[in-house]
Design a protein around this ligand. Structure first.
Ligand code: BGC
Length: 349
């Protein structure tokens, strides 16, 4: 089978190579890979700044935003041949910490978790892959063309869950949400905001391309002014930050309504220094009972929430988020971001 591999920590090593077909272990599913989404994490791995190969070898099969079709499944395991499935990214650490032991591996405390396509486990960027049934999630067959958005949807399903749990520490009736960044995470966060009946604002710097229209089609408002200006005007109860850009992150935390909750989902590159008035930020956070919270990854509960959110969304709208589908052999094109991209997908069949 063909697979997209990379040697982590070495830039420019991504290649498509022929690997032996995987053999499912007892109880596992064998899945025909249909597509993998490309995200910032994949680009970081390919540029040599993130990612870990499985122990004892150099290369890692890339891809954690999966979509596949079950080719073989053990009897009575809950899956049937032909099922549309997504594989879960993270696995708990081998000697589980308290969180991993309770199924909350997205909250792993000791960092010894593993992740398919990212950390010590081969990913889903191959024509065939295997998965434990407990880490496979069946999708509504109608999601065949957009199911690859499932993994990023789990990230925002977790973010929303965290926001609601934090909000529930006192009276909480949010009305307005500001999402910074109209990439896949930002747009899916906006979708879940609309599904909650909130007034949704999305901020991005681009004025052209598909993003403004995609936001409007959701019934949300698109902004291109500075974060402080937009947030100052909107006074959001909730901010979901999905750019990871230092200045945006800081301003996003500064201008919320009282009892504001800012959820950070974007991974910034380190080393960019900005000058901030942390005293003023602290004063506002304290005097308004604000919360700034980071959120990464997703557990099985969030996969279930994401599957429901996608099944309840307008499929044509979801389809608009996938702006390029690139065959596996032309992976280099997919890995090079273009200004009008929202989600780029590698097709595996
Ligand atoms: C993935 C997460 C993962 C994180 C850190 C993200 O791109 O979506 O599942 O936990 O990278 O490795």
């Amino acid at each position: 089978m063909r697979a997209l591999t990379v040697t982590p920590s070495r830039a420019g090593t991504a290649e498509v190579r022929e690997l032996p077909d995987p053999r499912p272990a007892e109880g596992e599913l064998l899945v025909e890979g249909l597509a993998v989404g490309v995200c910032g994490t994949d680009r970081e791995i390919v540029s040599g700044v993130y990612g870990w190969a499985p122990p004892g070898r150099d290369h890692l099969v890339l891809g954690h935003e999966s979509l596949g079709r079950v080719r073989s499944a053990p009897e009575g395991g809950g899956f049937a041949v032909g099922d549309l499935v997504v594989g879960v990214v993270r696995r708990p650490d081998p000697e589980p910490c308290g969180a991993c032991a309770r199924g909350e591996f997205d909250m792993c405390r000791n960092g010894r978790y593993t992740e398919r396509g990212i950390k010590q486990l081969d990913g889903y960027g191959s024509q065939l892959w295997t998965v434990e049934p407990g880490y496979a999630v069946r999708l509504d067959p109608r999601l065949e063309h957009v199911g690859v958005l499932m993994e990023p949807a789990t990230i925002v399903a977790k973010a929303w869950e965290q926001i609601e749990r934090i909000g529930a520490r006192a009276w909480f009736a949010p009305e307005r949400v500001l999402v910074t960044g109209a990439g896949p995470i930002g747009l899916l966060a906006a979708l879940l905001g609309v599904q909650r009946g909130l007034e949704v604002h999305v901020l991005d710097r681009v004025t052209g391309g598909p993003k403004p229209e995609v936001v409007k089609a959701l019934g949300a408002e698109y902004h291109t002014a500075g974060v402080a200006e937009v947030a100052g005007r909107v006074q959001p109860d909730v901010v979901i930050e999905a750019t990871g850009v230092s200045g945006v992150v800081f301003e996003a935390t500064a201008e919320t309504a009282s009892y504001g909750i800012v959820c950070l989902t974007g991974v910034s590159s380190a080393g960019r220094r900005i000058s901030v008035d942390i005293g003023a930020a602290n004063r506002e956070i304290v005097l308004e009972n604000d919360v700034v919270v980071g959120s990464v990854n997703a557990n099985l509960r969030h996969y279930a929430l994401a599957a429901d959110a996608l099944a309840g969304a307008d499929l044509d709208w979801l389809e608009r988020l996938i702006t390029r589908r690139v065959p596996l052999e032309r992976f280099a094109e997919a890995l090079t971001a273009r200004p009008d991209d929202i989600k780029v997908v590698l097709t595996l069949t």
